[in-house]
Ligand binder design. Structure first.
Ligand code: NAD
Length: 407
């Protein structure tokens, strides 16, 4: 790796999708380290809450209140532009030309796999939004003529979790091809993706867009293949109630561990889909924001290929997690039909060289879990709408939408 090490201090950084679950705490963290942060978001996630008639367990404030509270608490300024980067290319390009950012962190995609499988309309929206958003970002960087480091949030889910026991590498796979003359030549290829939903398919496509723009236009790109994020708050979002981060628990957007924590807090059975034998990678939201800071500091040089790093800190089997939460917070574990088409059981071994080499001292379930249960899930349990907890999106027509049947 020929990365150039830069201080993030005093860098101007666009946070695309900066109103979301990962984007908002990242914006505050980067602002706190001295970066000039510009949030670009079309607030589509808040509109999806309206569509699903679901809302964050934690009361999230309007963007203007969030930004005012941040200024009041820290004296630091974050600016916000409401732009749809998938639809409004010209406004986005103009903003880049006016602001001349050093880097962009790109979170601005529809990120729920169940939402992307709800109906043909949801599939098409996810493809249109995610692929256009990523392509517009790349195209606008080239058209601006500026040297901007792009850090994208990808997902561990592109690997498909079926790696036959092999340790998942960081994005690339060494293979050997045999020429017609019988000579064996080593090659490095993008690790073949195996998406398990329309959402994951868009993230797989993102990888090709990055590879192309890196090869053709020498764009400097870091793609972070992130595990499932858990937790709610970071050092910065805890500074004031108005800065609180969102906590999704509904059947579409609730990520698995947060959903379990909330189910325990409101005395709802902890629902495991299928056998619970699926192994997944996890990272706490506080570590997400630290990893992004590290990635911004280690930007690729123009001659580098796309940097791909796995951003996770531990792996767990879903049924083990459910029983751990039940033990710590009380509650029963209920096994229900799995709405997804996926292997019932899988192992997961992951390479994570960058973040380990930077001595990230991660928050693990063992040292972060109880605090999370008591401080957030229980505090806001009164706001929970239990009717929104079950997963209702299904992966095939044979499965009828509705509350998954107990096994
Ligand atoms: P989120 O839905 O909470 O946030 C995404 C933000 O992007 C929202 O504020 C939304 O309004 C905005 N947005 C979407 N489309 C846009 C567009 N066209 N123009 C402008 N803004 C747009 O999602 P999140 O959980 O913060 O995830 C952010 C990124 O991280 C996603 O790309 C996701 O794939 C990745 N990721 C998340 C997780 C996780 O567990 N949350 C895990 C792995 C990867």
């Amino acid at each position: 790796m020929n990365s150039t090490t830069k201080k993030t201090k005093s860098q101007k950084i666009f946070v695309l999708g900066g109103d979301g679950f990962c984007g908002w705490p990242t914006s505050l963290h980067l602002s706190n380290t001295g970066c000039e942060v510009v949030i670009v978001d079309n607030l589509s996630r808040r509109n999806i809450d309206n569509e699903l008639e679901a809302s964050s367990l934690t009361p999230i404030y309007p963007m203007s209140t969030r930004i005012e509270a941040w200024k009041e608490k820290t004296g630091r300024t974050i600016t916000f532009h409401r732009i749809d980067i998938a639809e409004d290319y010209d406004a986005f390009l103009q903003l880049i030309k006016d602001e001349k950012p050093d880097a962009m962190v790109h979170f601005a995609e529809q990120r729920s796999a169940p939402y992307s499988m709800k109906s043909p309309r949801h599939k098409r929206y996810t493809v249109d939004n995610n692929i256009n958003a990523t392509h517009n970002v790349l195209c606008a960087i080239v058209e601006s003529g500026l040297d901007i480091h792009l850090v994208h949030l990808g997902t561990m889910g592109v690997y498909g979790y079926g790696t036959a026991g092999m340790k998942i590498p960081e994005g690339y796979l060494d293979v050997e091809v045999t020429t017609e003359q019988g000579t064996r030549i080593p090659q490095e290829i993008l690790y073949p993706t195996n998406p398990g939903s329309v959402y994951h398919m868009t993230k797989s496509q993102d990888q090709l867009l990055f590879q192309y723009y890196n090869k053709n236009d020498r764009l400097r790109i870091t793609d972070l293949h992130q595990g499932i994020v858990w937790g709610t708050n970071t050092a910065e979002t805890k500074l004031d109630d108005r800065l609180i981060n969102r906590f999704d628990y509904d059947g579409d957007y609730g990520t698995v561990l947060n959903r379990f924590l909330m189910q325990a807090a409101v005395d709802y059975p902890i629902t495991v889909h299928g056998t619970g034998g699926q192994t997944r990678a996890f990272i706490h939201i506080q570590d997400t924001v630290r990893c992004i800071e590290i990635a911004l500091k280690h930007s690729p040089a123009p001659e580098d290929k796309v940097f791909i790093f796995n951003q996770m800190t531990e792996t767990h089997r879903i049924k083990d997690l459910a029983h751990l939460v039940a033990e710590l917070a009380g509650g029963d574990v209920a096994y229900v039909d799995n709405p997804r088409k996926e292997a019932a059981e899988n192992e997961l071994h992951v390479t994570e060289d960058l973040f380990l080499s930077k001595k990230l001292n991660p928050i693990t379930l063992n040292n972060g879990l109880l605090q999370e249960v008591t401080k957030v899930a229980e505090k806001y349990a009164g706001r929970a709408d239990k009717s929104k907890i079950p997963a209702t999106s299904t992966w095939t027509d044979e499965q009828q939408p509705g509350i998954p049947k107990p096994l």
